[in-house]
Design a protein around this ligand. Sequence first.
Ligand code: GTP
Ligand code: SPV
Ligand code: MN
Length: 609
Amino acid sequence: MSMTLNQRSTETRTSATHRPVDVQEWVNEATALLEPHTVVWCDGSPEEAQHLIDVMVAQGTMTRLNDDLRPGSYLARSEPTDVARVESRTFICSQDPQDAGPTNNWEDPTAMRETLRGLSQGAMRGRTLYVVPFSMGPLNSPMARFGVQITDSPYVVLSLHMMVRVQPEVLAGISEGASWVKCLHTVGAPLQEGQGDTAWPCNETKYISHFPETKEIWSFGSAYGGNALLPKKAFALRIASVLAREEGWMAEHMLLVKITSPEGKSYRVVAAFPSACGKTNFAMMQPTLPGWKVETLGDDIAWLAPGADGRLRAINPEAGFFGVAPGTGAGTNPVAMDMLSSQTVFTNVAMTSEGDVWWEGMTKEAPEGLTDWQGQPFDKDSGALAAHPNARFTVKLGACASLASEWDDPEGVVVDAIIFGGRRATTMPLVVEARDWKHGVFLGATMASEKTAAAEGTLGEVRRDPFAMVPFCGYNMGDYMQNWLDMGDRLRGVGRMPRIFHVNWFQKDDDGRFIWPGFGENSRVVEWIVNRLEGAVAAEPSPIGLLPKSLNTEGLELSEEALRSLLSVSPELVSADLDDAEEFLAQFGDRLPPEILSELHATRERLSS
Ligand code: GTP
Ligand code: SPV
Ligand code: MN
């Protein structure tokens, strides 16, 4: 199909008069390069969503689920080669490789543009180019940032409808001079004339490229998750982390919750855990301790900035959840189960014979007659999984029954505590409080976790993942640690700084079983944290920070030995962990803030005294 510009049709959903000149120019350039059949400017309306759904159902990209069991919900099955973020194909293209740092893949920006231009020539042939304007954060928030994503994937557009605020007003804002981030995305699967489409078009070759100096994103070849929903990890973390450093704020891989104690006092808490380590679970926690309440503000990304009063405030830049399905059940996350009862897009889960969804952990036993995530009859006894371990649900924030009323507050919420955490079978206690901000930054900088299925790599292997940001920091992580220290200096003196904690729900016993019951029982740790904020309980100094002297374990079946293991540290394990951390930190060379090393040495000294 050979087409020239004037043969292409342009559908109009947003009024052309609202199209900012610079956005229009960028769309024209992209159109000339990608050669789509049609250009559509999106407005985020329900009619538009319905149209996208119709297109995808006709194409086989999505299947409508049983309307009685799962109203308004759909199942998408991706290509088996396109199931997770690909960190090996994620690039930070700064002029100087030192500015990407040792934890990122670097490529020269000119060379990368050249490569992507070559791959992208004609890459949208036979397809529709969608222009999707969106706001991260409430449109009228001083912390909001705008972006425009170009994509040829209707699945991505529908996901963006749920995940971010897709609004034509964004274009008006850009016309009035608001800055915006260019997010260019193609699945990289042009159609030849007469060629039928596949259900999940994508390309074997994948690039998720970021240009931190010009604040641009260019993604080629994948339609899955963070590879393709560019406002999420690519913009709200990688590019936003760069903006944040320049402008004096922080973009973090964090959940955001409001916690209310039995006394009726509320606290706002952020927590950074690596991918598939329990952010969604924490964000929707149903405390088992009577009188406690957790309300949801966000489950994946938080932007934090000092407010006019000098105190740290946070917003969730997203408008939806893209959560891990496996492991989500009535026992572990009843709020999520309720939230997913309708109007949800499921990707790579299994389907029941009635046309409902299923995944490992939803119920104990797999129902008979399942179709697995690849569309094949599922054999329970094969030992295989019915749902892909990184199968996900996509749903709007508004579907969450525990959503806090402040979720759309343009001013955000004041942050009282910051929690770091990871999956550690040993070494890290259930909870520890940092001695002060600097020590807290050290705890964040030396975080580690066992690898999960949310990204490629060897499952279970422990890797250092400072602040849960290694896959998501758009610049040198040494400089990033400095930004955390600088934030401490900025907040200090204002009075109440957020206190910093580290948690680990994942300690295992010698038989490989989790020692701590987790989930709603984590409210016991929340209670201790709040008691610390209130100065209501004393803590026990240890080499790595302040440990609980005791924990409310009433009603729990936990042996004394188990509790000791959860609430103490082994000098040998900590010492070995420090050696490993030191080796990891060494790679940042002179970009590593000296304060981080002095905290490490101070920990060692406490250990040996
Ligand atoms: P991303 O969306 O990938 O950034 O991850 P997330 O941190 O939001 O992941 P999520 O909350 O979906 O983590 C899911 C995994 O964590 C599942 O395997 C859960 O079973 C497990 N999990 C969550 N909370 C707990 C807990 O308290 N204890 C234990 N043992 N597992 C937990
Ligand atoms: C993660 O991997 O941390 C996610 C999923 O939240 S994705 O959006 O695919 O990055
Ligand atoms: Mn995440």
